[in-house]
Structure formats: C-alpha cells, structure tokens
Design a protein around this ligand. Structure first.
Ligand code: SF4
Length: 306
C-alpha cells in the first residue's frame, strides 16, 4: 500500500489487475482454484461436481458495515463486509451455517458486486471485507476492476477459512492488503472428520506462509486501524486445547512471534455439531483462559480484541 492508495490501484493502472481477472475467470471452466481441485466446469449451470456449489456468479448473502469484527477492522464506521454463500470447506460446526450450507442469498454479476463495494465505501466503512472468498476469487477480481475504475480506494480484507491454494493466492499478490485466515485444526484426523479435508493442516500452513510473504505481520495506523498484514483467527474448540497449542506454536515459530492473533472463545455448537462430541458443547471458561495462556506460553504477544 502506498501512502495514498491501496496496492491494487497500481496493479489496475498497469493493466495487471485486468489480466489477473481474465486469467482467473478463464480458470472457471476447469476449476482448480482451491485445494479441492474439482476440475468442474463452473460456466455451466448447475456447476456439476463443484464442491463449492458455485457457478459463474458469486452468490451474496449480505453486505453491510459490520461493527462486530476486530477493533482494528471495524474502527468507528464499521468494516464493509460482503458475505458470500457456499464454502469450499463446509465445517460441520459452521458458525454461519445458514450462509455456508443453506446458501440464502442472491447471485450477483461483476457490476452488482462492484456496486456493493462502492456502496460500502460511500457508507464510510474502513475497508471491504470479503467473507469466505476462496471459491469466488475470480468473481471478486472481475468486480474489482470495475469498482476501482469507478473510484474504490479502500483496503481489501481476505477473510478466509484458510483452505486456499498458494498458487491462487499468488494471483492476489498486491491485490489484498490484509489477509485474515482462520487456522482451525492442525490434526489431520480432525480436519477429515469435521470438514472432509485431511490435507487442511498442510494447505492452511502453506497458505499462511504465502500470505505472510506478501504482506508481513499486521501493521496498524496511528488510529489503530489495520493498514496491511496478516491477522490470524483461531476458534478455540471444546476438548481440543492440544490442537490450539499446535496452532500457536506454528504461528510463533514458523511465521513470526509478532503475528497478530485473535484467540476466539465464542464457539457454540451450530450446524451438525451436536452429532460430533466433544463439539456438542460450548467452550468452558477454563478452556477460554487456558487457550490464551497457551498462546502466550508459545511466544505470541499480539492479540486482537473482538
Ligand atoms: S473453487 Fe469450487 S469448484 Fe473450484 S476447486 Fe474449489 S471447490 Fe472445486
């Protein structure tokens, strides 16, 4: 990000943003954009074989100035969140089950999506926050070209479940100033059981390495708002504090002890979670405290308040 503009403005001026959008849209006919690598033709309706159930158009559930995000994103005027329906993970305990599994929303073309971004900018939001973007990277890039042309100048937040291909993230280098990945389980058996992605630990760690390579640790401006960098969210799960330790150790030792982390304690059994003990109960107060203690013990020291 330059002193005045987010980095994507330079990419747009040089024509690179348009080229990347074309490349990503071209990839939809044999989609390997995320680690599921379905090879589905998403230009056909319905998009048969696409794990994310999303075709040519992104489906948007809602868009509004969000005042419930981390302090450094919501500021005073809110984070301009755009919630996409469907997901390439579909966790059985998803805390946004109606959006990711039931997909209550409407399809929007590039112009419609660009209009949403500009409306959030006009509302005074501090950033545009794309929630669950991994399966709609192409549609976001396509819409961004139009939005930038029409005056979009806010930093962009890539708010992801963490199941992202490093190759696809490289297409976003210079587009997103802020990456906000979840880092869920690092236990392959849990990842297989709860979201059918045994390779999640390896994929998500590689994705976070790539995000960190692009933007580094989170930098805040003089008002405390996020300017650029990586903010990692970890939802603490009941009965899985050992996995929390693995997550914190990875971040401290393999990314940076200065990694900005939100240790999230709001887990509640949503979706199908009641069928999957120990995820069938909320987190205990003792587990919440212990999780933060573990994060400090592993060497981390920058924590978000949500
Ligand atoms: S983005 Fe969707 S269709 Fe493409 S590989 Fe991922 S899940 Fe499959």
């Amino acid at each position: 990000m330059s002193a005045d503009y987010p980095s994507y403005v330079g990419l747009w001026r040089s024509g690179q943003l348009q080229q990347r959008a074309e490349q990503a849209i071209g990839a939809l006919s044999d989609c390997t954009l995320c680690p599921r690598q379905c090879h589905a033709d998403r230009l056909q309706e319905p998009p048969r074989g696409a794990y994310c159930r999303t075709g040519r158009l992104a489906v948007v559930s809602s868009a509004f100035p969000h005042h419930g995000e981390e302090d450094c994103l919501r500021g005073y005027n809110g984070s301009g969140t755009i919630f996409f329906c469907h997901c390439n993970l579909r966790c059985v305990f998803c805390q946004n089950f109606d959006i990711s599994w039931e997909a209550c929303g409407r399809p929007l073309d590039a112009r419609g999506l660009a209009r949403l971004m500009l409306r959030l900018q006009d509302a005074g939001c501090h950033n545009i926050n794309f929630v669950t973007p991994s399966h709609v990277v192409a549609q976001i890039l396509e819409a961004l070209v139009i939005a930038v042309e029409q005056g979009l100048r806010l930093p962009l937040v890539y708010n992801t479940g963490g199941y992202d291909r490093a190759e696809t993230l490289r297409l976003l280098d210079g587009v997103f100033d802020i990456y906000m990945p979840d880092l869920k389980f690092l236990d392959p058996a849990a990842a297989k059981l709860y979201f059918n992605a045994e390779d999640y630990p390896q994929v998500a760690c590689e994705a976070i390495r790539e995000m960190h390579r692009q933007v580094g640790v989170l930098e805040l401006d003089h008002t405390g708002l996020a300017r650029r960098g990586v903010l990692v969210r970890h939802l603490v799960m009941p009965g899985y504090l050992e996995d929390t330790r693995r997550v914190m150790r990875f971040l401290a030792q393999e990314i940076s002890p200065d990694t900005f982390v939100n240790v999230m304690a709001q887990y509640h059994p949503a979706g199908y979670a009641r069928r999957y003990p120990p995820l069938d109960r909320p987190l205990s107060l003792a587990e919440c405290r212990q999780a933060l203690h573990i994060a400090r013990e592993e060497g981390l020291h920058r924590f978000a308040r949500d």
